[in-house]
Design a protein around this ligand. Structure first.
Ligand SMILES: Nc1ncnc2c1ncn2[C@@H]1O[C@H](COP(=O)(O)OP(=O)(O)O)[C@@H](O)[C@H]1O
Ligand SMILES: O=C(OP(=O)(O)O)[C@H](O)COP(=O)(O)O
Length: 413
């Protein structure tokens, strides 16, 4: 069932109203607290701009990192300048996310302004989804908009708990767009439908591989997880990353692919290194010839060619996880796949496509790593489930008649 969206609210619903917006401003910061990738901030802008334009008073909330209690390095203060720049108005920041000082700031908010609350995870009650804490957050506002797709897989006070106290509770534009793309791509993909799964560990991708085996026609595997598959097939993998306790699972996934008629491709050659470092010595070898003491850090050129050929006639491609250690230039080549229609994955996958410069050929880059994986695994996201259902649009009889007539005309001409 579709969820009610911020776009369904009228100007009357929003003008002068205090709107609690949960965003995901969990962006990477360097040692000097500079934002190194502002994708998530930019992605939240359409919803906030829309609310401002309708005369709402926006109370923005987010977490940053995984602090244990109040931790200055996880303050949301570094977000303010970039957010203000993108919105074209000065965002005010509160030093807390609940309490009298925050209430005072909220009371003084003019229409069309934005108040950014401090990191909600400074309270342990946030991740515990404590109802009293959720109630305190909710008491600041009149209605709720969840635009934090990256955190929608967490049932926390600001993503799930607040919806019990704020009506309406609706989806923001980013959340809506992510769901439209990701659910659409997987539930009704244009075929052939291919999936590329990379990243470091088999264990973190089991659910998604299993779920994709039910849906896709082609599955390409890369990244650090392939060595567990090689070893399961009896190949030597040198000092490559291997999860010994997942060998049986790798074998059963290969068998399952065969049984389902899914074309599962593992790289046939790999780029190996003599150490895990950007300046390592490297060479390309067949997947079956990794010498002792060497580790595979990328897929090889022959595999890139095979993968590209396999993707040639595909209509939908989803991608999660880099093909190699893209952080080291020498081992980023395999991640430079082009021509995909869709990319899934936050965190490392986004950083990878930005780095190798293929972001502009992707039709969709997800802002949620964990959240998109859970969607791909067919799980429901608590932050989405908790939102109000969209009101079904009643089909008027005259409209139905016109539609039938149109169809009839098409059939008969
Ligand atoms: N061959 C490899 N050996 C070790 N690590 C690898 C290899 N290939 C990719 N990786 C690492 O996998 C990491 C990303 O894994 P993961 O978190 O599972 O992906 P994502 O964040 O896209 O879901 C990257 O930091 C990358 O360096
Ligand atoms: O960055 C996030 O997740 P992601 O790295 O899986 O995309 C989200 O902000 C969720 O953070 P969390 O995994 O600490 O709950």
């Amino acid at each position: 069932m579709a969820k009610k969206s911020v776009g369904d609210l009228t100007e009357g619903d929003l003008k002068g109203k205090k709107v609690f917006v949960r965003a995901d401003f969990n962006v990477p910061l360097d040692d000097s607290q500079n934002i190194t990738d502002d994708t998530r901030i930019r992605a939240a802008v359409p919803t906030v701009k829309h609310l401002i334009s309708k005369g709402a008073k926006v109370i923005l909330s987010s977490h940053l990192g995984r602090p244990k209690g109040v931790t200055p390095k996880f303050s949301l203060a570094p977000i303010v300048p970039r957010l203000s720049e993108l919105l074209g108005i000065q965002v005010v920041k509160a030093d807390d996310c609940i309490g009298p000082e925050v209430e005072k700031l909220v009371a003084g908010l003019p229409e069309g302004s934005v108040l950014l609350l401090e990191n909600v995870r400074f309270y342990k009650e946030e991740e515990k989804n404590d109802p009293e804490f959720a109630k305190k957050l909710a008491s600041l506002a009149d209605l709720y908009v969840n635009d934090a797709f990256g955190t929608a897989h967490r049932a926390h006070a600001s993503t799930e708990g607040v919806t019990k106290f704020l009506k309406p509770s609706v989806a923001g534009f980013l959340l809506q767009k992510e769901l439209d793309y990701l659910v659409g791509a997987v539930s009704s993909p244009k075929r052939p439908f291919a999936a590329i799964v990379g990243g470091s560990k088999v264990s973190s991708k089991i659910g998604v591989i299993e779920s994709l085996l039910e849906k896709c026609d082609i599955l390409l595997l890369g990244g650090g997880m392939i060595f567990t598959f090689y070893k399961a097939q009896g190949l030597s993998v040198g000092s490559s990353l291997v999860e010994e306790d997942k060998l049986g699972l790798a074998t059963s996934l290969l068998e399952k692919a065969k049984a389902k008629g899914v074309s599962l491709l593992l790289p046939t050659d790999v780029v190996i290194a003599d150490k895990f470092a950007p300046d390592a010595n490297s060479q390309v070898v067949p997947a079956s010839a990794i010498p002792d003491g060497w580790m595979g850090l990328d897929i090889g050129p022959e595999s890139v060619k095979t993968f590209n050929n396999a993707l040639e006639n595909t209509q939908t491609v989803i991608w999660n996880g880099p093909m190699g250690v893209f952080e080291f230039d020498k081992f980023a080549v395999g991640t430079e796949q082009k021509g995909m229609t869709t990319i899934i994955g936050g965190g490392d996958s986004v950083a990878a496509v930005e780095k190798v410069g293929v972001a502009d050929v992707m039709s969709h880059i997800s802002t949620g790593g964990g959240a998109s994986l859970e969607l791909l695994e067919g799980k429901e996201l608590p932050g989405v489930l908790a939102l109000d259902e969209a009101t079904p649009v009643p089909v008027r009889l005259e409209t139905l008649a016109i539609k039938i007539e149109r169809h009839f005309n098409t059939w008969t001409t």
